[in-house]
Design a protein around this ligand. Structure first.
Ligand SMILES: NC(=O)c1ccc[n+]([C@@H]2O[C@H](COP(=O)([O-])OP(=O)(O)OC[C@H]3O[C@@H](n4cnc5c(N)ncnc54)[C@H](O)[C@@H]3O)[C@@H](O)[C@H]2O)c1
Length: 482
């Protein structure tokens, strides 16, 4: 029987890792590169086991596992390997007259020992991607995968232990008890991916030690469909981004569609037609879609669907089978705005469409709700694209596609307001796990007496002029003008 993880284990774990960090193990460029290369080896040598674990946990189709988890991870690791030297190099900073002569730089310093708590929906990507950032930035790291994806969690623990330097990288498997024990420790950063409800608990625990946090949370990401769009391509991309990404169990999944009353019949017809082309007449039998992760989430989704004034708004799908944890691709039209389905993150295969009179009303609905993790627009109208990008507040915006911003490492991936605190991906991951240390180098040349007592009117004028970089005033004082 596996040993129970206890408070003393959590303390010992952090003590061990801190010892390694303090000894400088993780700081060396070579160590970081070696660990990143080992992560790459895990992807290269174990893709079939990863695909199989994801199938056990979520019934995830091979294409989704291979591309959206393993291939994306390979990209992240390769980018870090290619750019690490640049990321680690200090950035020169300009100095001012006040400190002349001097030079300055911003040094990216590892934070220390960090904790990564990840979620079940993309258990490999969401576990290893932050770990890439933590290692690249030179930290020791503990990963706590989600207990709701047990096959993935167990494989992660085995592979990371087998490949990585266990003096500085560890995995702790477990649920609330284990995570709570970990959260009692003093960390140098906590990186959490999961629901806002638990995000609040993480922030509370972190506050005790004033530990900085990155919280990658969720929200309700809207999709606006304008009538001036290529409707066939739009709905194909919406379907691929909703049901084709873990069956809607993704943080940037389309949560609901907003369109005009006039255009909505065309949107609904196009969705039905493409859904049938993708998943056949009986989507419950399709092998190209994940299942619902567990019975709790199945019941949560059923409750949304069965609510009064919601169940009668289904225009497509609606079938479900608890035994096999499947809910059909389901479209609902004009459910009440105060219903459960329109107020909680759906995180599943249900897609409500809200129809409104015009674009102004659509913008009003988005503005009146908490800021989402992503907002999507489908249109060919250039002015509308610009207005949407400039005025809609969301973690990220994609025009004419769904979720693909996640695969662009030069863009920060994060939210705003309630949807997230902090961001990552590419260099942003490195920065999330680094302290930007200000370093100023001065010599003993040019030691100005004006900063030292006894103070005088002249010293005061000159110092003020220096601080404000007022060259004219500096000359006036030096030349004795009043
Ligand atoms: N922003 C992102 O990148 C991103 C990615 C994926 C998922 N999400 C969000 O995550 C949510 C779905 O994930 P979830 O929350 O169901 O995942 P989850 O249930 O797996 O929980 C996430 C983590 O929190 C831990 N946890 C659970 N209860 C806890 C407690 N009481 N105290 C301490 N830790 C606890 C779990 O062990 C797990 O490791 C959605 O809201 C989704 O939008 C966000």
């Amino acid at each position: 029987m596996a040993k129970v993880f206890q408070a003393a284990d959590a303390t010992d774990l952090v003590t061990d890792l801190r010892r390694s960090f303090d000894a400088g193990v993780t700081r060396a460029y070579e160590w970081r590169v070696t660990q990143l290369k080992k992560l790459l080896l895990i992807c290269d040598n174990h893709e079939p086991e990863i695909v199989s674990a994801l199938h056990d946990d979520l019934g995830k189709p091979e294409l989704e596992s291979s591309v959206y988890e393993v291939a994306l991870l390979r990209n992240s690791i390769n980018l870090a390997l290619k750019q690490l030297k640049d990321w680690m190099a200090p950035d020169k900073a300009k100095t001012s007259l006040t400190t002349f002569p001097a030079s300055a730089e911003i040094v990216s310093e590892p934070l220390g020992v960090v904790l990564v708590i990840s979620a079940w929906n993309y258990p490999f990507l969401l576990s290893i991607d932050p770990v890439i950032g933590a290692i690249s930035a030179g930290n020791a790291v503990v990963l706590k995968p989600s207990e709701l994806a047990p096959a993935s969690s167990s494989l992660l623990a085995t592979l990371l232990e087998q490949y990585l330097d266990s003096s500085a990288v560890r995995v702790v498997e477990g649920a609330v008890t284990e995570t709570t024990l970990l959260l009692e420790q003093k960390w140098d950063k906590i990186f959490y991916t999961g629901s806002s409800r638990i995000g609040r608990l993480i922030m509370l625990a972190a506050a005790k030690h004033l530990t900085p946090v990155v919280l990658e949370l969720g929200g309700k990401s809207p999709v606006v469909i304008d009538s001036d769009t290529n409707l066939k391509i739009s709905v194909k991309r919406i379907i691929a981004g909703k049901w084709g990404c873990n069956n809607g169990q993704a943080c940037i999944s389309p949560d609901y569609i907003l369109t005009t009353k006039e255009f909505s019949p065309k949107v609904i017809d196009a969705l039905k037609q493409e859904l049938e082309a993708f998943y056949g007449k009986n989507p419950m039998e399709s092998k190209d879609m994940s299942r619902i992760v567990n019975s709790n989430h199945f019941d949560r989704l059923s409750k949304m669907l069965e609510e009064k004034e919601v169940s009668d708004k289904i225009v497509y799908g609606g079938q479900k089978n608890r035994d096999i944890l499947k809910i059909a691709t389901t479209i609902l039209v004009d459910v009440p705005l105060d219903s459960l389905i329109m107020n909680e993150e759906i995180f599943g295969p249900l897609l409500p469409i809200i129809t409104l009179n015009n674009l102004e009303e659509i913008f009003d609905v988005i503005r009146s709700r908490p800021k989402p993790l992503a907002a999507y627009l489908f249109t060919q109208n250039q002015k509308l694209k610009e207005r949407f990008a400039m005025t809609v507040s969301a973690g990220g915006i994609v025009v004419n596609d769904i979720a693909v911003h996640l695969a662009v490492p030069t863009l920060p991936f994060g939210g705003v307001g309630e949807s997230e605190t902090g961001s990552y991906h590419g260099k942003f991951s490195f920065d999330a796990f680094s302290h930007k240390k200000a370093v100023l180098y001065k010599s003993f040349i040019g030691d100005a007496a004006i900063r030292y007592p006894p103070y005088s009117r002249g010293k005061l004028r000159l110092l003020k002029a220096l601080v404000n970089s007022n060259i004219v005033e500096i000359f006036r004082v030096l030349l004795g003008f009043s």
